[in-house]
Design a protein around this ligand. Structure first.
Ligand code: PAN
Ligand code: ZN
Length: 191
């Protein structure tokens, strides 16, 4: 038996970034093309192609059953039309894998949906530990004025299914309406 060596990764609490990440993923608007509900606003903002979010993976070692992956996600504040910046969103390729999201700073929502289109939205500010149960697709949305940062801990073999979200979209979206955040039906959702 060979044992994996224990290790520690340090998170800079001010920035939300791991000091020595295994991998950094950056997602600009062009990586999320077609996902926002207001296509015209999306096309016009694509000229600037803003950075929407970054993922700092603390652990990207092996993806064997039994291991845990963990990362922070930093979603920058902003909107496409009236819809707040969000992550692509995914189901886990192994659908029965759950996940924990812990908010470090900022404000946003963990938006979830079942394959049948049932929706659930958990409000998150610093200290919130929100649970993604097995089989729920999940996306996070920054509804605040500053960067929204959360730590995610997940079974390393969970994997990612982005295809279903890219095809159907999310059933609900978070928009700003008269200065207020509202959860509304997504006109582009294909059930
Ligand atoms: C998270 C997400 C991260 C970025 O670590 O991967 O927030 O979101 P997308 O993967 O949808 O681009 C997670 O849920 N891992 O399973
Ligand atoms: Zn996940």
């Amino acid at each position: 038996m060979t044992y994996k060596a224990p290790f520690t990764k340090w998170l800079e609490l001010d920035s939300g970034k791991f000091k020595d990440p295994a991998l950094i993923q950056t997602r600009h608007l062009s990586d999320l093309k077609g996902l926002f509900s207001d296509s015209e606003a999306e096309t016009s903002l694509l000229k600037d192609n803003p950075l929407i979010y970054e993922v700092y993976l603390a652990y990207d070692g092996d993806f064997q059953e039994g291991q845990l992956g963990y990362s922070t996600t930093l979603i920058y504040p902003g909107k496409v039309g009236n819809e707040y910046f969000f992550t692509k969103g995914h189901y886990h390729a192994k659908g029965d894998r759950a996940e924990l999201y812990y908010c470090i700073k900022g404000e946003g929502y963990l938006l979830m949906q079942t394959p049948e289109g049932e929706v659930n939205a958990q409000h998150m500010t610093a200290g919130a530990g929100a649970y993604v149960p097995p089989y729920w697709g999940h996306r996070t949305v920054n509804t605040g004025k500053d960067v929204f940062v959360f730590l995610a801990v997940y079974p390393a073999d969970a994997g990612y299914d982005y295809g279903s979200i890219a095809e159907k979209g999310f059933a609900s979206i978070l928009v700003e309406n008269n200065g207020k955040t509202e959860l509304v039906e997504n006109p582009k959702y294909r059930a």
